[in-house]
Design a protein. Structure first.
Length: 548
């Protein structure tokens, strides 16, 4: 197949899953160029209760005009729209997350100057800062800062109204998902902060969008439908902010707002339970699909925030937890915890944050992460983004050097893996999970990958088999960088050890092993060298044991 034909094939298998509103919305978004409406802001609405302290982010502003985003330092010396910067760095610059970050009260003077600097240098409707996503996050951050006891200037209030008017004409229906969600959240915040017919229109529109999106995006088991632990935490924070808002402005008469407010507590508690299930004993999220630390608030921060607004989380379940709607499983047995991915890669029409990680897993032993997926350190396009999304960067099986789902570009997926045949059994103190996927059926012989994962109190066994066709296949196991991995003289076993003396033994019963160099990406901008145990399947099967 020629390069151009291959690209057309990828494009077809990508766009055929899109919803008509995404295709039509993309055309509309490119062609429609509304003018920013600058006029007096509506009157402000009065609060009935005090705003509760929100979940704090990591500090990102370190001087009046100096910042650290996604692992990179920078300043405003080159302006707000320096195209030499990564797009995500610029987005963060326009979010204003530091207004509500750790220790923000000590930086109030910087924040006041930064808001006025933004208004002066970002003319309505022009530049990165006026794209819908950063506009949405900035509106909410400015208002949360105001609600927390600070005071927006008259100029800033006028700018907020202009931003809300602009956003109401630039909603991201062509993207849907978390983008449309935060667009709607911003309209609700602006609609509650201001009063009058214009503000009521923002509030009604935002609430109606959320009333349709919350049931779609929050699955019955509590998981966010994009199946990223990080974006789940962000969506949970969004719902907590909305609950906080509706408590503070309890006398809002909008019917849609009352309906949405009534639905939030149950959704929040379901999302809390899901996030607890998908977090390791160290309290941090598992890395499934796009995920890293320090983008969303931690589980601890979110639980504390929920408690401050009267939404205490139920005690977490221990043992085997099935999350059937999102497609994940948590196993606890003795000193070990495993998080298993038996999920589809995400919504058919919205796989932008998906990785080719079907049937991958992560494993902690005695509270320490042992086996980890790659994580995410970069967005945009390029080899490293594709590599981190690829199958080889996860604890699963790669066949014929291909990815289990055809990830391409920065956020696209063509043909996708579908899991099937899931079975979970308890047997003699062990939990055994069996599942298959068909992601490689596009290859000759239509190969199928099946994994059997057994977790015992004293260890784990992973059995992989690939049937169909005659292809090379390799199971990969990425160790957390805190562990030192050594291969024994027999060439088929070895150890992984921590500096404090903790030891895990591993043995390849079937298959040919190789110890590769790999990398771990716990946050944006970070790449930490680590080791990967690569096991070539023998006659279509590999068997690997871990013991502790």
């Amino acid at each position: 197949m020629t390069r151009s034909m291959h690209r057309l094939n990828l494009l077809w298998h990508t766009i055929r899953h899109l919803r008509p509103i995404q295709i039509g919305g993309r055309v509309w978004f490119r062609l429609y160029r509304p003018r920013a409406v600058v006029r007096s802001a509506p009157a402000r609405r009065s609060k009935q209760l005090e705003w509760a302290q929100t979940a704090a982010r990591r500090q990102s502003q370190f001087g009046p005009y100096t910042f650290r985003f996604i692992g990179m330092d920078g300043s405003l010396a080159d302006g707000w729209n320096d195209m030499r910067r990564e797009k995500l760095w610029l987005y963060n610059l326009h979010y204003f997350d530091d207004l509500n970050a750790e220790g923000a009260t000590s930086r109030t003077g910087w924040h006041e100057k930064l808001i006025e600097c933004w208004i002066e240098n970002n003319h309505p409707g022009r530049g990165t800062g006026w794209e819908p996503y950063p506009t949405s996050l900035r509106i909410v951050n400015w208002l949360k800062w105001e609600f927390a006891g600070n005071r927006l200037s008259a100029t800033a209030v006028e700018s907020l109204a202009t931003q809300a008017r602009w956003l109401s004409r630039r909603l991201e229906y062509h993207l849907l998902g978390n983008h449309l969600f935060v667009n709607a959240k911003a309209l609700v915040f602006a609609g509650v902060f201001f009063r009058g017919s214009e503000a009521d229109g923002w509030l009604s529109r935002g609430c109606k969008i959320l009333l349709s999106q919350v049931p779609e995006q929050i699955l019955p088991d509590g998981g966010h439908f994009e199946l990223s632990t990080m974006y789940h935490a962000l969506a949970l924070e969004d719902l907590l902010d909305l609950h906080n808002l509706f408590q503070v402005f309890a006398q809002t008469s909008n019917a849609a707002a009352h309906t949405l407010a009534a639905a939030l507590p149950n959704q929040v508690q379901a999302m809390q339970r899901w996030l607890a299930a998908m977090s390791h004993p160290d309290g941090g999220i598992g890395f499934f699909n796009d995920a890293s630390f320090h983008i969303a608030p931690s589980l601890e921060e979110l639980d504390a925030y929920a408690a401050r607004i009267g939404l205490d989380r139920q005690e977490p379940q221990i043992g085997t937890i099935l999350l059937p709607d999102s497609g994940y499983i948590r196993l606890d047995n003795g000193p070990s915890t495993a998080l298993l991915d038996v999920a589809r890669i995400g919504p058919d029409y919205l796989p932008g944050h998906a990785h080719a990680d079907t049937l991958s897993f992560e494993l902690s032993v005695r509270g320490k992460r042992l086996l980890v997926n790659s994580g995410t350190s970069i967005y945009g396009r390029g080899f490293e983004r594709l590599r981190q999304r690829g199958t080889a960067a996860h604890n699963t099986v790669i066949v014929a050097g291909e990815n289990s789902s055809e990830i391409w570009s920065g956020f696209r997926v063509a043909r996708r893996a579908f899991p099937f045949g899931l079975k979970v059994a308890e047997q003699g103190g062990s939990t055994i999970v069996t599942c298959s996927h068909d992601g490689y059926k596009r290859l000759p012989g239509r190969p199928i990958h099946q994994r059997i994962f057994e977790l015992r109190g004293s260890g784990a066994t992973v059995i992989d088999s690939v049937s169909g066709g005659d292809h090379s296949a390799e199971a990969r196991f990425h160790f957390h960088p805190d562990w030192t991995v050594v291969v024994a003289e027999d060439g088929k076993s070895g150890t992984a050890s921590l500096a404090d003396g903790q030891l895990v033994r591993w043995e390849v019963e079937r298959g040919r092993l190789r110890l590769d160099e790999s990398s771990y990406h716990p946050e944006f901008g970070a790449a930490i060298p680590t080791a990967c145990l690569a096991v070539m399947l023998s006659s279509g099967t590999s068997v690997v044991h871990f013991s502790w």
